[in-house]
Write a protein that binds this ligand. Structure first.
Ligand code: ADP
Length: 359
């Protein structure tokens, strides 16, 4: 097992009658970048804080490097938590903030100084060692907070919505920095976010949570191309969700209409409760074309988005679809509300959805 591996075994957290996290199982490989993704209140921060040891578990075990750390205080776990508000000491310089825990541990001044300066260099803050937090921008304060979390050479860094306070430009820049630092150091990063863009850009492994449960664990392309539940498909966006009843691979979504789901995607996964279809995998024609599934769609909504154009409409058989058309296709034959277009897709692009996360 690689250093920095984290395992949650039936971990639950209850606050009185509220279940914040309900018996989750999760394995995070050492040296990987893991994002806990989900809407507000789904239990991400509680999970992170339990791994850090800042929150007791109600049930279950937490293993770090195969060692049960459930009962250990935060400083004995080999983890470091970077708080959302950075929590820097206002009266200390960047260097002294970063070196603070070394001072408490009795490390001598010269070594503290040189290790703190090394960490500030790693986060591109070497020119700001003597600056105080109030003299730094939000993004700079965050780098100092990251350096402070890294100085004790933890096996696992835990980050709670680290980019949410930054403006969109800085957020993208800092995101790339986080990835660079994680790869350079090769330590495990566990990062809480409600942004699918952020999770997709950063993670080796995305954990999608909903109501205290894990809905899906996969790579970013795995989550995007094969969402397992309607919740995941809705949350990541860009998918149509077609609900109905299934028998074998036949999905009945209206009284007389049936879609055939690709059998190769169903085997061994239980009975699907619907299907998802990516908005960008639907083709738009202006005359009936020869796709295996073709449907006349009355266009009810057209929205220009730059790289693509969002069309929404209702098909003859009652199916409501959202379609992302490339701007080139759109501009070569602009569609307006009220027009009829012919939509089609490859049957293999239909993705079965299940009600239960685990089948
Ligand atoms: P997220 O990080 O996904 O936004 P949290 O882990 O913060 O979600 O919260 C999960 C659930 O637990 C929410 O319903 C929240 O209200 C509840 N919760 C979190 N912390 C406490 C607490 N200290 N006391 C009571 N309920 C809490």
């Amino acid at each position: 097992m690689k250093k920095g591996a984290v395992e949650l075994v039936s971990v639950a957290k209850r606050y009185g009658d509220t279940t914040a996290v309900s018996e989750i199982n999760l394995f995070i490989e050492g040296g990987s970048y893991c994002c806990l993704l989900g809407p507000s209140g789904c239990g991400k921060s509680t999970t992170l804080r339990m791994i850090a040891g800042h929150e007791e578990v109600s049930e279950g075990d937490i293993l770090l490097n195969n060692r049960n750390v459930t009962a250990l205080p935060p400083r004995q776990r080999g983890t470091a938590l970077m708080f959302q508000n950075y929590a820097l000491f206002p009266h200390l310089s960047s260097r002294d903030n970063v070196a603070f825990s070394l001072k408490i541990a009795g490390v001598g001044r010269a070594e503290r100084r040189s290790r703190a300066d090394e960490m500030l260099k790693l986060v591109n803050m070497d020119g700001y060692a003597d600056a105080f937090p109030e003299q730094l921008s939000g993004g700079q304060q965050q780098r100092v907070a990251l350096a402070r979390a890294l100085i004790n050479e933890p096996d696992v860094i835990l980050l709670d919505e680290p980019l949410s306070a930054l403006d969109p430009f800085l957020r993208t820049r800092m995101r790339a920095e986080l990835k660079r630092i994680q790869q350079q150091l090769g330590i495990t990063f566990i990062h809480v976010t409600h942004s699918q863009d952020e999770a997709f850009a950063l993670a080796d492994q995305v954990v999608v949570m909903n109501h205290g449960c894990i809905e899906q664990v996969d790579t970013p392309p795995g989550i995007f191309s094969t969402p397992r539940t309607a919740f995941v498909a809705r949350f990541i966006g860009g998918h149509n969700i077609i609900e109905g009843s299934t028998r074998g691979n036949r999905l009945q979504f209206s009284e007389e209409r049936v879609l055939e789901l690709p059998t190769t995607k169903i085997n061994g996964h239980g009975q699907p409760s619907g299907a998802s279809l990516r908005c960008d995998q639907i083709h738009v024609g202006h005359t009936p074309t020869d796709f295996s599934t073709v449907n006349a769609m009355n266009v009810e909504f057209v929205e220009y988005q730059g790289r693509y154009v969002h069309l929404r409409g209702r098909c003859d058989d009652g199916l409501r679809l959202s379609v992302f058309q490339t701007d080139t296709d759109y501009l070569s034959h602009p569609v307006q509300e009220g027009d009829t277009v012919y939509v089609g897709w490859d049957q293999q692009d239909l993705n079965p959805l299940y009600t239960a996360p685990n089948g």
